[in-house]
Design a protein around this ligand. Structure first.
Ligand code: NAI
Ligand code: MG
Length: 369
């Protein structure tokens, strides 16, 4: 029977295709052992699309992305395309996807697997059991606000300008994502801005509070200045459940939180758009890491970030939370058993290849089925 779960896979460049191979094995496993199937399509993005079509994302690919329930992306970019003009660089393919799919909420989980507490830069007792979710506004704020630019003041000085802009509806829609997520997790939201020095932060705080009081009074809400949040993340990160914040602070706080957990090769992400009348929303899932040209083609890449991104797709786009949990548990078990790819800092553990890690995860899945 043809599946009605449509997933567009864009492996991209560098290690992208290598880590995606391990996802395909899990997809196959789900088909055989769970009788859950997907209508899979694969296409090009980034440098590989430039080589084939002269553009980092062809219109036909964009149409497939619009039609799909979810997009799973590997990574884009690499030295081969570094000297191209910014308008045709591999990264533009990703930016086009984000923009045309209207992906305004970026979800960045920071989970510390207990087998990897030694890989964190913080003390074990501070990160053990850490499970937080940062929701970053992705399409507004100071990265996009007008006016912007560099102007010549004519007196030998130049002036660089960027403007932080947020409207009520932009704040509400991202805060709504955070409150909905919190209800399925620890039921607490921390909203971060700088209301002490920025008017846009005052608006952010007032509007998040209003939405909370009107529709999410059952969820705990705390407001915190973003600089304090940066300190709290390294002092006592387990105090957080869901953090919601703007584009700029979210960029920084999500990278900071990521470093609490060990390796770049472990970190998934999701970007979500608005829900339509049927509850369906555009969504893009991708590892946080890039195309890692230094290790591409060497079977050294850690596939876990991409596998966990696929698990997020199961949870947020396909209503398959049980299957998502199975993958996350399999990852946990494999790490607990001592398996490590080279990116994971650890002492006295043998380092295994991309496909050996994939093998082990599928074997763990078998034990659960
Ligand atoms: P990177 O994330 O590709 O690599 C940084 C370091 O982490 C490298 O030493 C790499 O070997 C290692 N690493 C990354 N992912 C790994 C994995 N899964 N397993 C094992 N080791 C891993 O970032 P970098 O080096 O700054 O950028 C390389 C290229 O990737 C550039 O062209 C950049 O523009 C692009 N990039 C693309 C992103 C995307 O597609 N979303 C995000 C970040 C960078
Ligand atoms: Mg960043």
């Amino acid at each position: 029977m043809a599946s009605n779960r449509s997933l567009l896979v864009l492996p991209g460049d560098g290690i992208g295709p290598e880590v995606m191979r391990e996802v395909y094995r899990v997809v196959e496993w789900m088909d055989h052992r769970r009788h859950v199937s997907f209508a899979l399509q694969e296409d090009l993005v980034g440098g590989s699309a430039i080589d084939a079509h002269g553009v980092p994302l062809a219109d036909a690919t964009m149409e497939k992305a619009q039609a799909a329930d979810a997009v799973l992306l590997g990574a884009v970019g690499g030295p081969k395309w570094d000297n191209l003009d910014f308008s045709v660089k591999p990264e533009r393919g990703l930016l086009r996807l984000r923009k045309e799919l209207g992906l305004f909420a970026n979800l960045r989980p920071a989970i510390c697997f207990s087998a990897l507490v030694e890989a964190s830069s913080l003390k074990p007792e501070i990160v053990e059991g850490l499970d937080i979710m940062i929701v970053r506004e992705l399409t507004g704020g100071v990265y996009f606000g007008e006016p912007r630019g560099i102007e010549d003041l004519g007196n030998g000085e130049r002036r660089g300008v960027n403007t932080q802009v947020y409207t009520t509806s932009e704040i509400h829609r991202v805060a709504r994502v955070a409150f909905e997520l919190a209800r399925k997790r620890g039921n607490r939201v921390t909203s971060c801005e700088k209301a002490n020095v920025m008017e846009s932060g005052v608006l952010w705080r007032e509007e998040v509070q209003k939405l909370h009081d009107a529709e999410y009074a059952d969820v705990g809400l705390e407001h915190m200045y973003a600089d304090n949040a940066a300190m709290q993340l390294v002092r006592a990160p387990k105090q957080f459940d869901v953090i919601v914040t703007d584009n700029l602070f979210g960029d920084i706080l999500s990278d900071e939180a990521a470093m609490l957990t060990g390796s770049l090769g472990m970190l998934p992400s999701a970007s979500l758009g608005d829900a339509d009348a049927t509850g369906r929303r555009h969504a893009l899932y991708e590892p946080v890491h890039g195309s890692a040209p230094d290790i591409a083609g060497k079977e050294l890449a850690n596939p876990i970030a991409t596998l966990l991104s696929f698990a997020m797709a199961l949870r947020y786009s396909f209503d398959l939370a049980d299957d998502a949990t199975m993958i996350e548990t399999a990852v946990q078990q494999v790490l607990a058993g001592g398996l490590r790819t080279a990116d994971i800092m650890s002492t006295g553990k043998a380092k295994v290849s991309t496909s050996t890690m994939g093998d082990a995860i599928v074997r763990e899945l078998d034990k659960q089925a």
